[in-house]
Design a protein around this ligand. Structure first.
Ligand code: FEO
Ligand code: CA
Ligand code: CA
Length: 667
C-alpha cells in the first residue's frame, strides 16, 4: 500500500476501483444493459426506445470520433485526442494549452520566486499553493462579465510531501520521521486558496503581478469567522476560541462555486484525514466523529500542533467540513464558514438564482453511500447591491435528496424539530442537526449514492447534473434506481429535473444520463483494449462545467494505477446531453502521468477553458511502464510542466484557447 492508499480516501477509493477491474467478470452485457446505461433506467423501463430509436442510439455511439456521422450528431466541434498516458499533457488539435500559474509561483505582492531546495512557510504563504482543484472566474470590474480580464479563485486541496520536499521519501517507508514541524508548516501554508488577477495580453493569459487583489488564504494563518446556526454552539468551542465563532484556516478545499453576487464558495472535503489521536467511546463527540471517519491520520500534524490532536482539542474537527464564503473583491475581507449549509465532505458548491430570486446551492458529500444536498436561501439575491447579499447564506433550509425507483425525487428538509430530528434522537438544536448533517440525513431516509462529487445546475436547459464517481462496495442487494450497478467501478451521471423548473422545489424527477464504462467490454468492462474498445467512453466523472452554450464538460478522477479504469489518463470530456448522441463523450484534453483533472471553468465568452492539473507524478506510478515505482522529489515520474532537472513536478492551472483566436471552445 503506497502513500495514496493510506492518505487520501477520495483517491484510495478510486484506486480500489482500478484494482477491481482486474477481477473476472464473465457477465456479457445484454443490449438492454447498454441501452439502459446510455439512456437511463427510467426510459428503458418505460419501453420508450423503439427499434428505430435503438438504431439511432447505436449509430453515433459506436462510431469512432472523427467519423462524419459522429461529427454531424455532435454539438461539439473538435477532433478527439488519442487516449494514453505519458509525461506531458495533450489538447485537441487547433488548441493551445498554456501554463498560467504553477505551485510556488508568486501570488501576493513581494512574494519570492519558487526555490524548491529552500522552501519556507512564509514564502509559501505568498506563493501559489499545492494541488489546485476548483477554479472560478469573475470578470473585472464586477458585473462586466469581461472575458479577458478577471479574478481567478483557486482551491488548494492537499499536499504530496514525497514530491514536494527533498529527502522525505515515501511515508510508508519512513513513517512520518522526516516530516518536521517546519515542513508541516509549509504544508499548512500550501493548503487553502489563491485569488489572482489575470488578463489576456495579445491572446495569451497572464497573471497580473503585484495586483492588490492577489491573495493567499491558508490553513496556517488566515483568520475566519463562523456564522449561521452552529456558530457559538458549545460543540464549536476550543481552547483557542472560547466563543466558537472563529477559526484559523480552511482545509482540503476541493471544488466550489462563484455566486451571482461575486462571492467565492470553497468546499471543505476530506477534513477527517488531518486529525489524529483518540477519543474514548464515552466522549460526547465519539459517535459524531466515527460517522465522518475522524481521525484518519493522513498527516502527522497532530504530533506537533495540538489542534490536530483529538486528545488535546477534541472539538476542533467540528470546525471543519463546512462551506466557506470569501469575498474575492475585497482582499482584506474575513472568510466565513457558513454553517447553515451543513457539515459533511463537501465536494463543491455550485449555485443558481432561482426564478423567485432565492439562491440555491447544490453540494455532494463525496464518500461511498453518502448523499446529495441543496441549500435554499430564505432571502432573495439583490442584483443591484452586493453588500445586501453578504449574509444571505446564514438563513435558509438545507435539504437532502431521496431518489425513488420510479424516477421521482424528494428533497427532505433538515430542520430541527421536524420528523426524527428531535431531542429524542440527540438533536437539541439546529446546530446539532448541522454539525451531524450525515446522521440527520440518514434518519430522514436520504438515498445513499455512489460518491456524489460535483453537482452543477445548467441555466440553459434547467437540468442539474450530478457526478457519481464510483462505488465498488455497492453489492447487488444495494442496487437501486439511482445507483443501478453493483461493484460500480466506472461511475455514472444523474440528470435531475426540478418540479416546475423551480430550483427551490421539494420534488422533481431524475434519469441516469450515462453509466460510464466501455460498451464494447460490458458495462463493468475490463481495462481499455485498443483492439476492441471504442473511443468516446470514460470513467469516474468528478468535476464538471457548463459552457455558455449550456453544453456539459466532464473531468475524471480514476485514482491510482497508470492504466486507470479506462486505460487513459484523466482528462476533460465533452459529454452530449441532447439528441441521438446523448450520453456519449469525446476526450478534449488529458493530464500527464500521475495527475488528476480538476477545476474546469469557462470564461463568459466560452473562448477560454481553465483546467487544474492536480498532483502530477503522484498517483499510481508503480504501474507505469519504464518507471514502476512511487515518485519522490528526487525521482518523479514526470517533471511536468517545466521538465527542468532542478525542479519537481508542479500542480498548475492551464489556460486552453483556440490557436486561431476564433469562437468558443468546441465550436
Ligand atoms: Fe476532492 Fe471528491 O474530490
Ligand atoms: Ca473532486
Ligand atoms: Ca477528486
Amino acid at each position: 500500500m503506497d502513500q495514496r492508499d493510506r492518505a487520501f480516501s477520495c483517491k484510495a477509493e478510486a484506486h480500489e476501483a482500478s484494482e477491481d477491474v482486474g477481477r473476472n467478470r464473465s457477465q456479457a452485457p445484454t443490449i438492454g444493459d447498454v441501452i439502459a446505461g446510455r439512456f437511463g433506467r427510467r426510459d428503458f423501463l418505460r419501453g420508450s426506445l423503439t427499434a428505430t430509436a435503438v438504431a439511432a442510439t447505436f449509430g453515433p455511439s459506436l462510431l469512432r470520433a472523427g467519423d462524419a456521422a459522429a461529427q454531424t450528431a455532435s454539438r461539439y466541434v473538435f477532433d478527439e485526442i488519442e487516449h494514453g498516458v505519458d509525461e506531458t499533457h495533450h489538447v485537441a488539435p487547433g488548441y493551445s494549452a498554456n501554463i498560467l500559474i504553477r505551485w510556488g509561483d508568486p501570488v501576493v505582492p513581494g512574494a519570492p520566486e519558487f526555490d524548491p531546495l529552500h522552501q519556507t512557510a512564509a514564502a509559501q504563504e505568498m506563493q501559489f499553493g499545492y494541488n489546485n482543484d476548483y477554479v472560478g472566474y469573475i470578470g473585472l470590474p464586477f458585473g462586466s462579465n469581461d472575458p479577458e480580464h478577471g479574478l481567478l479563485c483557486v482551491n488548494h486541496e492537499y499536499t504530496n510531501e514525497e514530491v514536494m520536499f527533498p529527502g522525505v521519501g515515501i511515508q510508508d517507508e519512513t513513517g512520518f520521521a522526516n516530516m518536521t514541524p517546519d515542513l508541516i508548516e509549509i504544508e499548512m501554508a500550501a493548503h487553502g486558496n489563491s485569488i489572482i488577477e489575470i488578463q489576456k495580453v495579445d491572446g495569451t493569459w497572464q497573471v497580473v503581478a503585484d495586483s492588490p487583489y492577489n491573495r493567499r488564504i491558508s490553513l496556517r494563518s488566515t483568520p475566519m469567522a463562523i456564522s449561521g446556526p452552529a456558530a457559538g454552539d458549545p460543540r464549536m468551542k476550543t481552547s483557542y476560541d472560547a466563543a466558537g465563532t472563529r477559526v484559523i484556516g480552511t482545509v482540503n478545499n476541493c471544488a466550489g462555486g462563484i455566486t451571482a453576487y461575486g462571492s467565492y464558495l470553497t468546499a471543505e472535503e476530506n477534513f477527517h484525514g488531518y486529525f489524529w489521536g483518540n477519543l474514548t467511546e464515552d466522549h460526547p463527540e465519539y459517535a459524531n466523529y466515527e460517522r465522518y471517519g475522524v481521525p484518519d491520520a493522513w498527516y502527522n500534524w497532530g504530533e506537533h500542533f495540538s489542534r490536530f490532536d483529538l486528545g488535546k482539542e477534541p472539538r476542533e474537527p467540528n470546525r471543519f467540513g463546512w462551506i466557506v464564503e470569501v469575498d474575492p473583491l475585497d482582499p482584506t475581507s474575513t472568510p466565513v464558514k457558513r454553517t447553515a449549509l451543513g457539515r459533511f465532505k463537501h465536494e463543491g458548491a455550485e449555485s443558481i438564482v432561482n426564478k423567485d430570486g432565492r439562491l440555491v446551492v447544490y453540494s455532494g458529500d463525496d464518500q461511498r453511500f453518502e448523499y446529495l444536498y441543496k441549500f435554499v436561501s430564505a432571502g432573495r439575491v439583490d442584483p443591484s447591491d452586493r453588500e445586501a447579499n453578504r449574509d444571505l447564506l446564514d438563513h435558509g433550509t438545507l435539504y437532502v435528496a431521496r431518489f425513488a425507483d420510479d424516477g421521482s425525487l424528494t428533497w427532505l428538509p433538515l430542520v430541527h424539530g421536524a420528523g426524527p430530528l428531535t431531542a429524542g434522537e440527540g438533536f437539541n438544536s439546529q446546530a446539532d442537526v448541522l454539525i451531524e448533517t450525515r446522521r440527520a440525513a440518514t434518519l430522514l431516509g436520504a438515498t445513499p449514492l455512489d460518491r456524489p462529487e460535483d453537482v452543477e445546475p445548467n441555466p440553459v436547459n434547467g437540468k442539474v447534473y450530478v457526478m457519481l464517481t464510483n462505488n465498488t462496495r455497492r453489492t447487488a442487494e444495494q442496487v437501486d434506481g439511482a445507483n443501478p450497478r453493483a461493484d460500480n467501478a466506472f461511475g455514472h451521471i444523474v440528470e435531475i429535473t426540478e418540479a416546475g423548473d423551480d430550483n427551490t422545489a421539494t420534488s422533481g424527477t431524475w434519469e441516469v444520463l450515462v453509466q460510464c464504462g466501455d460498451p464494447a467490454e460490458g458495462e463493468v468492462g475490463a481495462l481499455w483494449n485498443p483492439a476492441t474498445s471504442e473511443d468516446g467512453w470514460f470513467a469516474c466523472p468528478d468535476n464538471c462545467a457548463i459552457d455558455p452554450q449550456g453544453r456539459l464538460w466532464v473531468t475524471t478522477d480514476q485514482g491510482n494505477g497508470w492504466k486507470k479504469a479506462s486505460g487513459t489518463a484523466d482528462g476533460v470530456w465533452a459529454l452530449e446531453t441532447e439528441g441521438a448522441a446523448r450520453g456519449t463523450g469525446r476526450m478534449f484534453y488529458r493530464v500527464p502521468v500521475g495527475a488528476e483533472m480538476c477545476g474546469p471553468c469557462f470564461t463568459p465568452d466560452g473562448k477560454t477553458l481553465f483546467v487544474a492539473v492536480q498532483h502530477p507524478a503522484s498517483d499510481g506510478t508503480k504501474d507505469y511502464p519504464g518507471f514502476e515505482r512511487s515518485s519522490t522529489f528526487e525521482d518523479p515520474a514526470t517533471r511536468w510542466p517545466d521538465f527542468d532537472p532542478e525542479l519537481p513536478p508542479r500542480p498548475s492551472v492551464v489556460a486552453i484557447t483556440r490557436m486561431d483566436g476564433g469562437g468558443p471552445i468546441g465550436s
